[in-house]
Ligand binder design. Sequence first.
Ligand code: NAD
Length: 491
Amino acid sequence: MDIREYGIWIDGREHEPADRDVLRRSSPSTGQHVATFALAEPSDVDRAVDAARKAFDDGVWSLRPASARGQILLRFADLIEEALPGLARMEAHEAGKTISAAREELNWSLELLRYAASLAWNMPGRLVDQEGRDKIGLVTYEPLPVVGMILPWNFPTVTLFQKLPYALVAGCSVVIKPSEFTAGTTLEYARLAKKAGVPDGVVAVLPGTGPVVGDRMCRHPDIDMISFTGSTSVGRHIASVAGESLKKVALELGGKGANIVFADADLDAALEGALAAFTINQGEECCAGGRLLVQDTIADAFVERLAAKTEQMRLGTPDDDDAELGPMIHEAHLTRVLGYIDGAKRDGAQLLAGGGRANDDRLSEGFFVQPTVFSDVTPDMSIFREEVFGPVVAVTRFHDREDAIALANATSYGLANGVWTSDLDNAIAMSRALQSGFVYVNSYLETVPQLPFGGVKQSGLGRENGPEGLLEFMQTKSTFIKLKPARQYTQ
Ligand code: NAD
């Protein structure tokens, strides 16, 4: 694979690295050098914001009819689809994914992009006209002029496409800071957006570090909103920094999902779902079902089957079409995940599968962790409470519904939970009781673009996707009009 070299994308063109510091990205699967990114500096943020603001004020995008914006976004989707095989390979190498996971990520992102584009033909607005013939009220929605987007490394494309197309449909200009580890595909999307017809200045991409580029974005007086996806600790910091200039802040943060299996569920389907929930994207998934709560009457047999299936999973590099799990994103994260595994062993959890770094010679250059199952996990253990962000599941037994609810909600996070049951009343009662922004019933991690996504508690603020995902990038204006009516109600 060729080593790709990237500059900084501002005002519709790539600025060469010149005298800037660069970051060499090696594939976490193979150790090979795959990309070099120029690192942006605070002055680049200022230039990008100036160009974004000018594009907004000139109306080259913001004043175009929404349906024309929608057409361009549909063209953007077609261009991504044409380039998908190459983009998926880049994503797999930079983010440490299997090739199938990378393709799946891009295909889902295309669905989000096309759905967001469709909202252009159904823009929000409301009329109030039944309060007397002398009054009309208009509720209109205006784009936030300049939106800053700060992104994580685990789903570089999906996390971008839960934001970017919605902001573009709204008419905003955007300044994007991808994760410093995975900026390649985001820069490719900026090129394709230009090719599709998005005017210069409307999209900027600044590869760089959080404390330098991200921090400047959060403090910049001309950025109206920060839309952030990442860890809860960085999200909290960003909210406080952005709060100084009272910017709007939307936060998609961490999670500690509980996947809850009742005895009356279709247990074969629940088993597949439980496995996918903690191994998808090798567990580097904010909605991962890292806690598995199983009803005590079926727990022994269910957990035994889960451990056996886990042991059969195939780890592999992006060249391996059959691989089901990739490596951890970098060495520090590998060490962190192995630390959680060691901690669970020390705390007395029972190890049923995996339990360490992969010991396969094929994978010796990568940061691979064996998919790991721990049983007999109690709520006081770190592995029950903290986001591991690796292929590790903590199994806990429950007795009845009340017990399951108490265990599931015993976390500071509230992003997603899953329920497996054949009793509809039970499913609805559980959905109402679970403290999370999303509840999966008889599936895990499956959704459609129309459904909004986001967290409660320490998992975030605001919603992405669905019509709510568009409104997030708009501000509401009310206009009250006093009329001289021809006729009026008299008592
Ligand atoms: P992170 O919080 O370390 O970094 C996220 C982004 O913030 C990166 O671009 C980073 O450079 C930037 N950043 C770091 N410090 C900053 C600062 N001081 N000011 C401004 N920006 C700063 O997260 P990560 O390790 O990249 O991603 C993993 C985390 O993301 C997990 O906790 C995961 O749950 C979460 N996540 C959440 C969702 C969701 O939709 N809720 C989706 C994906 C990932």
